[in-house]
Design a protein around this ligand. Structure first.
Ligand code: COI
Length: 354
């Protein structure tokens, strides 16, 4: 497939790198590619970032048949540009595609197109501490049709956004509310895919948590409401009796790439690591017994995010006294150092762009 390139004539001003939030600013160009049953994926192109013109009947608006990914490009101290485990993101995109009846993409071609887009947009990759260029590959159903079925046509696009920290708290501990009123996903559903509906399902509980002074919601399993699942924007990990414990991938939890990196690093460091069912009662009991020493989340956007407070109804865990625990800190530093090219990459996670 031949990738075409239409450059923008007037470039936008670049933002102040020291004031970046998350996901509000977009670069000059984007990648687009279309799917048609007779042509397959075709017409891959890099063109100016621009609005889409879509009919109001377009299927993505009605039935949510869409998927996405989140990854980042980093600027190293030597000025090189690199990605962190991008092949895993495209692999997961195809996993989501299969579950949402979307035609799979050629992962190697998608990576090649992304690298080309990044080379064009390299001046948008910020260099200030903790900043990066967030990458959002997305596929949406584009048939103008109101019947419920898998679409026949799709658009695959990639947009880029220079970002700072995902949470306003930065690397400071966040407060998390456990909900029993709502569920995010159930066994046999699509909780393990990155599809829009999972995020839509999280909004009401998220709003309630915000009103109560919490940053995020911790979801319990959708059947018994007994077992910890994830935080929606991140996976969740605990240090109990010195062991790194996290919910096993059960089909309703997103298989996070940062989660996987954390587990691989911890095993490499000789820590005891356990992926298993984690009861929410077990977490509170461990806290009461004094064996719970850290709680933190992991995600592309959030990296490692320490949790300072966890509430379930009347039960409350306050942990770390506003400080970041030693395991979260070591993971955060190690992962960031690899991502930013400040340290060796013993795991082969880095993909150079330029
Ligand atoms: C990511 O971590 O990249 C995500 O897609 C989560 C999203 C809530 C920002």
């Amino acid at each position: 497939m031949q990738l075409t390139n239409t450059p923008r004539t007037h470039l936008k001003p670049k933002p102040d790198e020291n004031k970046l939030g998350f996901g509000t600013i977009f670069t000059d160009h984007m990648f687009n590619m279309d799917y048609h049953p007779e042509k397959g994926w075709h017409n891959p192109r890099i063109e100016p970032y621009a609005p889409f013109v879509l009919e109001p009947s377009t299927m993505i608006f009605h039935y949510g048949q869409g998927i996405f990914e989140g990854l980042k490009a980093y600027r190293t101290p030597a000025g090189k540009i690199q990605l962190f485990r991008p092949r895993d993101n495209f692999k997961r995109l195809n996993y989501s595609a299969r579950k949402l009846c979307i035609p799979e993409i050629d992962e190697a071609f998608a990576l090649k197109a992304l690298k080309e887009l990044l080379r064009i947009e390299k001046d948008w990759i910020p260099g200030a501490d903790g900043t990066s260029l967030y990458i959002r590959p997305t596929i949406v159903a584009t048939d103008p049709y109101l019947g419920v079925r898998a679409a026949h046509t799709y658009r695959f696009f990639i947009i880029l956004s220079p970002v700072g920290a995902y949470y306003p708290e930065g690397f400071n501990p966040v407060k998390i509310l456990v909900t029993r009123e709502h569920v995010r996903a159930v066994r046999g559903g699509i909780g393990d895919t990155k599809t829009m509906g999972n995020y839509a399902a999280s909004l009401l509980a998220g709003e309630k948590a915000h009103r109560a002074g919490y940053t995020q919601v911790l979801w319990l399993d959708g059947v018994e409401q007994k077992y910890v699942e994830e935080v929606g924007s991140m996976n969740i990990l605990f240090i109990i009796n010195g062991e790194l414990v996290t919910p096993e991938l059960n089909g309703s939890i997103l298989p996070g790439i940062t989660r996987d990196s954390v587990l691989m690093l911890a095993r490499r460091w000789g820590m005891r690591v356990s992926e298993r069912r984690v009861g929410i009662d077990e977490v509170f009991q461990a806290h009461e017994a004094g064996t719970l020493s850290e709680i933190f989340g992991s995600g592309t956007a959030a990296v490692i995010s320490p949790v300072g407070e966890l509430r379930l109804e009347e039960r409350l865990i306050r942990i770390g006294q506003g400080q970041v625990g030693p395991v979260a800190k070591r993971l955060f530093n190690t992962i960031m150092d690899i991502q930013y090219g400040r340290a060796e990459d013993p795991m082969g996670w880095i993909e150079p762009v330029q």
